[in-house]
Write a protein that binds this ligand. Structure first.
Ligand SMILES: CC(C)(COP(=O)(O)OP(=O)(O)OC[C@H]1O[C@@H](n2cnc3c(N)ncnc32)[C@H](O)[C@@H]1OP(=O)(O)O)[C@@H](O)C(=O)NCCC(=O)NCCS
Length: 158
């Protein structure tokens, strides 16, 4: 859906990001301190998603650039705003930023049983390249996914 607006989240928005993270992940939340550290960490980009004119953000995403590779660190949408295209908008924004910065591969980890997230990433062209057994606190396995990104002509000739 097109009525989403995605904006960079400055470290000063840490309270809002932490609140959305907690609401989206519940028991699996990183916790406020980790979110704050993530917002300030080098090479980490944090995005907030807003719907229509509502000033309250409904979703967030954090990704980190590591040279020509990058990773989606976390992504979530609060439950009463799901299935309306917010995650699509956040992921598209992050992938466009990454392409603009010359990133060639975007990686992420997703819990094997997280059907919603797996469908989201499949829709956006991510494919499984690995597996980490017992990766999560609850003992669940993680799948490692990768998407190869288009190279902009300017980056190709640089
Ligand atoms: C996964 C999550 C981010 C999806 O957010 P969302 O805003 O509801 O997703 P969107 O509405 O943008 O949907 C985009 C695509 O994701 C997939 N999808 C999203 N929710 C889904 C669900 N419940 N079941 C199946 N597919 C789903 C679909 O492919 C969908 O595309 P479509 O609408 O064309 O079918 C959200 O459910 C969430 O925050 N979950 C808790 C946190 C989490 O698991 N984060 C991912 C960690 S790796």
């Amino acid at each position: 859906m097109s009525n989403w607006r995605v904006e960079a989240a400055a470290p000063a928005r840490a309270d809002e990001v932490a609140a959305i993270e907690r609401a989206a992940f519940g028991a699996a939340s990183w916790g406020e301190d980790s979110v704050r550290q993530g917002l300030k960490a080098p090479y980490v980009v944090s995005l907030l998603a807003y719907r229509g004119d509502d000033p309250a953000p409904k979703g967030f995403l954090m990704w980190r650039r590591l040279g020509e590779e990058a990773e989606i660190l976390t992504l979530g949408v609060i439950s009463d705003s799901r299935r309306r295209g917010g995650a699509d908008a956040l992921l598209e924004a992050a992938l466009a930023q990454a392409v603009g910065e010359g990133v060639r591969s975007m990686f992420l980890e997703v819990e094997a049983g997280n059907e919603a997230a797996r469908a989201l990433y499949a829709k956006h062209g991510f494919a499984q390249v690995g597996e980490r057994r017992g990766y999560y606190k609850n003992g669940a396995d993680a799948l490692v996914l990768r998407k190869t990104l288009a190279v902009l002509p300017s980056a190709e000739s640089a």
